[in-house]
Design a protein around this ligand. Structure first.
Ligand code: BG6
Length: 275
């Protein structure tokens, strides 16, 4: 069994492909140049996550705060979302997707929430994930927009905006503090306790990615490097130099609690400057 084809959206300089499965932004290109990275080895099967684009991690991140939850990164990315809006404007096309407990087999009985995801496709890619609690009790979750960027050579990329930020190094398990810009010289899997503007300077592709967020406490920076890439069945052994994940979200101690009758929104936007 394979996934239904993604929706293709063309607006001005941009073209994007979005799967209803996972409400997954799979590609976004400007003037024909892909901004997002996709693996040639990705699975396209119900029940499995896509490798690339923008997976939605929700309602937990990785194995969750307890460390034993499956599926990894929550069930939102492997659920069928419903397209509930499509508005074509002069500068952007906005797709709206909705997920409810009825769409999510792993939702716990009695949960009463609606997740709404707005994807605005234009010269900028703008994403907004809103979680509304319609139940009678507070509800907690972790979340991340797990964006995979295409880069010319990850070893030459410089990530600015995180100088001085505390982070959890998930490779060593140790807390650290970032000194200066981030460069990638080995397997990198870090949860920075800071969100805000992050700038990825890519000298090989001659562009700068400007990432801004709202409603996020954390920035996750991930590149699997050689051994981990080789160990993943849906990630080509030689693909790791061409990608870098810059994820924004609320994970571990920064998990969000949404009160009854209330909602919380995570926003993530990307702009591309040619250098
Ligand atoms: C990152 C995590 O966000 O996602 C990594 O910090 C993880 O630890 C990576 O390996 C990919 O996760 P998955 O479930 O898509 O293979």
């Amino acid at each position: 069994m394979t996934l239904d084809a993604p929706r293709e959206v063309r607006t001005g300089r941009s073209v994007a492909r979005v799967y209803d499965y996972g409400a997954h932004v799979w590609t976004w290109a400007l003037d024909g140049e892909p901004v997002l990275w996709t693996s040639a080895g990705s699975f396209f099967e119900p029940g499995k996550a896509l490798r690339g684009g923008v997976p939605i991690c929700w309602p937990w991140f990785g194995p969750g705060r307890s460390g034993d939850l499956t599926p990894a990164h929550g069930y939102a990315r492997i659920s069928e979302w419903t397209l509930t809006g499509l508005v074509e404007g002069p500068d952007a096309t906005v797709l709206t997707y909705t997920l409810t407990p009825a769409d999510a087999p792993d939702a716990l009985p009695g949960e009463d929430w609606t997740v709404t995801y707005e994807v605005s496709i234009g010269d900028r890619l703008q994403l907004a994930l809103t979680v509304a609690n319609q139940g009678a009790t507070p509800f907690s979750y972790e979340t991340a927009l797990h964006t995979y960027f295409r880069v010319g050579d990850v070893r030459q990329v410089v990530v600015g905006g995180l100088d001085g930020a505390s982070y959890l190094d998930k490779v060593t398990g140790r807390p650290e503090v970032q000194a200066g810009d981030v460069t990638i010289t080995a397997e990198t899997d870090r949860v920075y306790l800071r969100a805000g503007e992050v700038v990825v300077t890519d000298p090989v592709l001659g562009r700068r990615l400007r990432i801004s967020t709202e409603g996020a406490a954390d920035t996750v920076v991930w590149n699997p490097w050689i051994a981990k890439a080789a160990a993943m069945p849906d990630f080509g052994d030689d693909e790791w130099p061409g990608m870098l994940c810059i994820e924004a979200g609320n994970v571990l101690e920064s998990a969000v609690t949404v009160m009854p009758g209330s909602s919380e929104t995570l926003r993530y936007a990307v702009a591309v400057d040619l250098t």
